[in-house]
Design a protein around this ligand. Sequence first.
Ligand code: SAM
Length: 489
Amino acid sequence: MLKLLSETRSRRLLDLFTQAGYHETNLKSHLGAMELPSRQLRNEPRLLDRTAEPTLLNALLRWFWLGRSQSQAAVCAAVPCELLSILLESGLLAESDGMLAPAAMLLPADGFLIASDHPAAIERRESEMVLWPNPTSRFLSRFAIRRHSRATLDLGAGGGILSLGAAKHSDTVVATDLNPRAVTFALFNARLNGVENIEVLSGDCFAPVADRTFDLILSNPPFFITPQNGYLFCDNSMELDGLCRRLVKDAPGHLNEGGYMQMLCEWAQIAGQPWEERIAEWLAGTGCDAWVMKGLTQDPAEYAQQRIRETSQDPSRDNELYHGFMAYYRERGVEAIHDGLIVMRRRTGSNWVRIEEVPKTPKGELGDLVVSTFAANDLLTQIQDDASLLAIKPRMSAYARLEQVCGQVEGGWAPESITLRLVEGFPFHLEVQPLVANFLAGCDGKRTVAEAIQAFAAVANAPLETVQRECLAMIRKLIDRGFIAAEAV
Ligand SMILES: C[S@@+](CC[C@H](N)C(=O)[O-])C[C@H]1O[C@@H](n2cnc3c(N)ncnc32)[C@H](O)[C@@H]1O
């Protein structure tokens, strides 16, 4: 098991890994791809071939990427004594009969070096396996709000990848996990990466922070909806999606006013219910505004097959498992399983809930997009009456672009369509008329909507009442989609 090194020894260990080239950019080119060894991918021969030369980097990769033991004799020329001694002291390596065996995997991610269990732990069916940074952690990390937080909670922290990211903009981070092994890894990783403002606690859901509140809660909980209870990292012990529901219901009690909770989840759609209904019930009466972004939808058969592939390495059990999963879904009337991201913000007053299917997830960091979407929804609730909307001073988003398409006419080009498009965030777009495009250009944050509409009606030579009706509807839509922002008056 891992042992906490002194700060100096941890710093030295990280330096030695970096000097050896054990970091994201170099590993991508060295390994050809950042693929973990996987039976399904059958990539082990390629990874072994790539790491065949007896160098320091390859010795480290064979231990901490491929999870292979190596004889002391084979590595002694390439691995400096100092590094070997720190690896043994930390428990990252264990020596037996001249063989050096790795006790963890080490993955560079988001600028950190993260120790976790190796994927082979799934094959060994170790229920307390600690998960490595993976696409779900990266997804949540990209949406995480990166504003100053006095206190952040990472619930279900695993090795602590989300805590490390949050530590940069938080005064303090509390990382909690039910799995005591995860607590050891999270502590180890915080020390390894020289991050001092992370406190690590063990316990169920919010129990370890019963009397504490936060500006930001991040959670990538075990959300798989399956009849099995094999692994702490993915299987929840409650019926269907019960754990995610419980976290949504309990989170508001641990949020400061204005504080956000961002959680990945899956939820079941039960026969006869629209897909939004179940999640709307979770969010009702929480004292929070909420935005749910639904991603993938799978039917139970497709979902069962995927989860079995991910968590069972033994094809001889596939039939039995599959029928067990399907009976579980059938008995509970599960028609589909959806995944998505829930963002809640505690706010006193009348709350709004926005549940939607999102188009393709945008690239890059999306924390600011989350905050601006909440601001847009706040504004929409404040300008429900026309008088309030007419009084605001709208300004176009810096990310709005206008595209004109021209068709061929004899001897030249003639405008065919004009499209307003967002180049950051969700790639929304809508077609507009040339006059409307001019009107929008005038949304510069200086004129009120009423003034802009009056000017527009004069130019268009159209009745003010008709112009106003159409413009107000369009402005509401543009605020909703993030093309326009404003402060309520
Ligand atoms: C999907 S992993 C996420 C790990 C890490 N946060 C990440 O994003 O990569 C879920 C984590 O939740 C922990 N967990 C499971 N049940 C829990 C519970 N009831 N309370 C707190 N943590 C729990 C697991 O041990 C596991 O570390």
